[in-house]
Design a protein. Structure first.
Length: 303
């Protein structure tokens, strides 16, 4: 079947939005990335199930995306279907101190809902871009917290098309890692358990975290956040800066002048520019510190 025929099939069987040859630069915080053959934005959970079924029946590769804030999509783009959940499944409900959210809700919105209701435990995440599903997948964290502190369980769609609830222990969270990495499970829904707190204190903490981000991070330029994971006992930004690489540029990709832990897209950078710059930094840090930097940013798409 051609990509056009698959697109028609998805349109006939779901309420999803379907776009052919969609530039991924429109869907990533880096503003980088070649075209996806088909970008599909589901309307609801049933659409996600149907898209998975169609992809499997026709042996089409399926890539799941949240809000594209931790990925670098290669210049040739992504073959097959990109299923974009960020901003798609956004429902939520509260039962006491347990909040259930659709995985596509933005993490910031989810934190604000919890804070407004007078519950504490998610303030750390208010400034982390992306969707809740992506945050669970990455075990996103900042300041005094990480997702593993609040996640109670997730509802996933497995590659067999089954709905399954995974408890916190099944998710094997560790630093920027969850068991979802390396599995094909699609996170549809997330249950967060938080504690009753003081609303004014919660809001003050969120405002403080946001302020710290604004002052330290290059939020005015496209990026995918920290380029590398934090190696034990070191700070990437400080090492890169001390190696004299702050402001170092390859093509349109630059080591941020504000925070050397970030690579920013300063002038229509390509994925190739960013990958070259990453390799250059890794090489230099290995020479200067004998430390192997491991990317935190996930690289997707055709090589
Ligand atoms: C300016 C900036 C600051 C940042 N600061 C931080 C920070 O402080 N702490 C931090 O941890 N991160 C930070 N990040 C990185 C990023 O925001 C987080 O990793 C975020 O959780 C990614 O969410 P996303 O929805 O954008 O995921 P995406 O980038 O879309 O996807 C990331 C991975 O998750 C998978 N995925 C996404 N949704 C689902 C789903 N529903 N089911 C299954 N798999 C899914 C994708 O397949 C992909 O492999 C920052 C990024 C930027 C741009």
């Amino acid at each position: 079947m051609t990509v056009q025929e698959i697109a028609s099939l998805i349109k006939e069987n779901t309420g999803a939005q379907v776009r052919l040859d969609e530039p991924m630069s429109n869907h990533t915080s880096f503003h980088i990335g070649g075209p996806a053959d088909l970008l599909v934005i589901p309307g609801n959970m049933e659409d996600v199930r149907s898209v998975l079924r169609i992809a499997q029946e026709h042996a089409i590769p399926l890539t799941v995306l949240g809000n594209g804030s931790n990925v670098l999509v290669r210049d040739k783009g992504i073959r097959g279907i990109v299923l974009k959940l960020g901003n798609a499944l956004k429902y939520w409900k509260q039962e006491g101190n347990i909040f259930t959210f659709g995985s596509g809700i933005s993490l910031a919105q989810c934190c604000r809902i919890i804070g407004e209701a007078g519950f504490t435990g998610m303030e750390f995440a208010v400034g982390i871009p992306g969707s809740l599903g992506g945050a669970v997948f990455m075990n996103a964290g900042a300041y005094d917290g990480e997702m593993k502190n609040a996640v109670m369980s997730v509802l996933v769609l497995t590659s067999d098309g089954e709905l399954k609830t995974l408890a916190k222990d099944d998710l094997q969270f560790s630093y920027r890692h969850s068991a979802l990495q390396g599995s094909d499970a699609i996170v549809l829904e997330v249950k967060l358990q938080v504690s009753a707190g003081d609303k004014t204190a919660i809001q003050a903490k969120m405002a403080d975290f946001n302020q710290r981000r604004i002052s330290k991070q290059p939020l005015e330029l496209p990026s995918a956040g920290s380029t590398f994971k934090r190696p034990e006992g070191h700070f990437v930004g400080a090492m890169v800066e001390q190696s004299g690489l702050k402001g170092f540029r390859i093509g349109g990709a630059e080591v941020s002048k504000k925070h050397a832990g970030f690579i920013v897209n300063v002038d229509r950078a390509t994925a190739a520019d960013v990958l070259q710059l990453m390799a250059y930094i890794q090489d230099r840090i290995m020479k200067d510190y004998s430390v192997q930097l491991v990317p935190e940013v996930l690289v997707l798409g055709e090589e």
